[in-house]
Write a protein that binds this ligand. Sequence first.
Ligand code: ZN
Length: 232
Amino acid sequence: MTRKALVLFSGGQDSTICLAWALQRYAEVETIGFDYGQRHRVELDCRLKLRSELMANFPWAAHLGPDHLIDLGLLGEISATALTSDAEIAMRDDGLPNTFVPGRNLLFLTLAAAIAYRRGLSVLVGGMCETDFSGYPDCRDETIKALEKATNLGMERDFEFATPLMFIDKAGSWRLAAALGGDAFISLLCEHTHTCYLGSRDRRHAWGYGCGDCPACELRARGYAQWQEERL
Ligand code: ZN
């Protein structure tokens, strides 16, 4: 364990699992988040709480390093989507949900690499997942691999872009979470992470807080139910 990592950490379930994964693998771990005028700031508010809960309750998280929060208001300005405006969440004609922010992950990883360069961190960890229902093209393994190559060429470094969730489904990510931190980590995920597109924290379900009806809640609930079934 000598390598140092930077985790793209939004405060959602997937990036929190990635953070736990990285903390158990790398000598030093820092986090980075982006404020791009999300229409709900709940995820950003969850970030610091999650970091302190992790450090307080899990010995493997004690070495968690600094957090970097980057102001990316310009992303909200140049891309009007259902995540950055008040538009209804819907499917577009091309099959992508209108929550798609074009180029978001490309921008996030490039900026993260610039921070990692400065901080001497060699692994970038992100929760991109190809098996996700939404089919965001910037979550594809091929996209991430190509960007890794472009970044290494353009910065003359040897970064590794690690995506531990790339090929597992939502039930698989709950399974991974349990393997990483047991029941205590599962309850931390349910209590403090946020994934709901509508920013709702009114209702507490078995799988956590959310409206229960938006695509993100449905996906999370379905994965949880599937994982529960497997455990029986
Ligand atoms: Zn929801």
